[in-house]
Design a protein around this ligand. Structure first.
Ligand SMILES: [Zn+2]
Length: 280
């Protein structure tokens, strides 16, 4: 009997090691492991909030991407690959920032420029020019250097909590304001707090966005729902380089844990268990 248990344990361990090994070997192959979309918020050495990354940690990560042959891609490149009309460079990565903090211009932008990287910033229209947030002049300066901008709505209220009129206004007005400033179409939105449902997706489509980003953990594959794209959160304040690398490599695998957790959270009886599902 003991022999069987031991064999069983060894088989399970071997299977887990095998799965991780497979993922590790193929992690850089976006056709197998998906396209990573990194999600940052603040980059500065002043505030130590869960959304803040220190400039040193941020530089270490961007340098790693640069030194290891990752290519910063545009929203357009991702969308064309997702709908089967375009290809991507090897080791593609889309670097995104939510909320439009002024430190994206003051800290993140020079670091990314140094390593020849660009990114996408999702702006909250009502906060533009307010203390701590980007100004339109800063947006213009970054746009000249290849940075792209998307909507993070007008007010940053979770879209799932709004009535239909308000929902539409948040989607349409934010898009129009950025287009007016930059003189080109805005194709992407990041849902505030990552919150969405069927209605939000439908109205986003109707407002002529081509894609929407969530905070669901994972990488992106062609054929997936373009209005519920996964990202890899890199903002939870831990700032550990190891953790960044782990997520960059294994996020598609660990996205399954994320889904289990969300599933449990939405059940009546198993809700208390959700917090025990690890989110590495
Ligand atoms: Zn946000």
């Amino acid at each position: 009997m003991k022999g069987w248990i031991l064999t069983g344990v060894l088989v399970v361990v071997a299977a887990i090691v095998g799965i991780f090994a497979y993922w590790y070997v193929n992690a850089d192959n976006y056709r197998i492991a998906g396209v990573p979309v990194l999600n940052y918020h603040q980059v500065n050495d002043t505030y130590k909030t869960p959304l803040t990354m220190t400039t040193a940690d941020f530089e270490k990560q961007i340098k790693y991407l640069h030194d290891n042959g990752y290519h910063a891609i545009t929203q357009e490149q991702l969308l064309q690959y997702m709908n089967g009309t375009g290809t991507l460079p090897d080791k593609p990565v889309l670097v995104t920032f939510d909320d439009g903090y002024v430190d994206n211009y003051e800290q993140a932008y020079p670091i990314m420029k140094k390593y020849n990287m660009t990114g996408t910033i999702f702006l909250i229209i009502n906060l533009m020019g307010k203390t701590g947030y980007l100004t339109w002049n800063q947006v213009h300066a970054m746009a000249k250097d290849g940075f792209e901008f998307g909507s993070h709505t007008v007010s940053h209220k979770p879209l799932t909590q709004l009535d239909e009129d308000h929902l539409r206004q948040e989607l349409v007005e934010s898009k129009a304001r950025i287009e007016q400033q930059l003189g080109k179409p805005v194709t992407c939105i990041a849902y505030p707090e990552g919150k969405y449902n069927d209605l939000v997706e439908l109205e986003t489509k109707r407002a002529h966005y081509e894609a929407a980003f969530t905070v669901n953990v994972g990488k992106d594959f062609p054929g997936e729902d373009s209005y519920a794209l996964d990202r890899i959160p890199i903002f939870e304040g831990f700032g550990s380089f190891w953790h960044f690398k782990f997520r960059l490599i294994f996020s598609d695998l660990t996205s399954h844990l994320w889904r289990v957790r969300v599933y449990l959270e939405n059940t009546k009886w198993f809700k208390p268990l959700a917090q025990y599902v690890p989110l590495p």
